[in-house]
Ligand binder design. Structure first.
Ligand SMILES: [Cu+2]
Length: 184
């Protein structure tokens, strides 16, 4: 009886290890840019599709972001999720820490630009100031699209997380996140 239980446990551990390997792998299933450097990402409730992306240093990548869902969504990329009043709301470390070589079309889709010149007199800019603390993001309403173009640098090598923190982090908690791996 005891032996049987042990076997069962070993079986369970094997299943758990396999599940973790599948969840964290990203490796083989990760999507890479096409021959033009393009990656299409669809945002919906509550996921990024594809959810695993892999690029290389030196690649000039164009992300075509489409909100195909029914809610407003954002695309953020960074590490170490920060929370405010218990809700996840951004990253401590942002993938884009300056605007060098970063292009967003249309420009008004981009919020919280790292070194954007702020005009304190403009009330709409003050609204954006709130978002500055959360890092760079691209926000899109249902049916809207945006294009983000950048060249991957050595500083960006490693594993990053893509996330949407809309509705006090509920989108993130409901699974609206993915991995973004940069290989040297
Ligand atoms: Cu969202």
């Amino acid at each position: 009886m005891l032996k049987r239980e042990t076997e069962w446990r070993i079986g369970l551990i094997a299943v758990a290890v396999a599940l973790v390997a599948t969840a964290c792998g990203g490796g083989d299933s990760a999507v890479t840019p096409d021959e033009d450097g393009v990656i299409i990402i669809e945002m919906s409730e509550f996921a990024f599709s594809p959810g695993d992306i892999k690029v290389k240093v030196g690649d000039t990548v164009t992300i075509k972001l489409n909100n195909v869902g029914d809610k407003e969504h954002e695309w953020m990329i960074g590490r170490e999720v920060e929370s405010e009043e218990g809700f996840p709301n951004g990253f401590h470390v942002n993938f884009f820490d300056d605007m060098m070589g970063l292009e967003v079309m249309p420009m008004n889709a981009a919020m919280g630009m790292p070194d954007m010149e702020m005009d304190g007199d403009d009330s709409t800019m003050e609204g954006m100031d709130d978002d500055m603390g959360h890092g760079f993001m691209v926000m899109r309403m249902p049916g809207e699209a945006a294009t983000i173009t950048f060249t991957v640098t050595e500083d960006q090598i490693g594993e990053w997380e893509m996330a949407c923190f809309e509705e006090d982090g509920a989108h993130y908690d409901d699974g609206m996140r993915g991995t973004f791996i940069v290989e040297g």
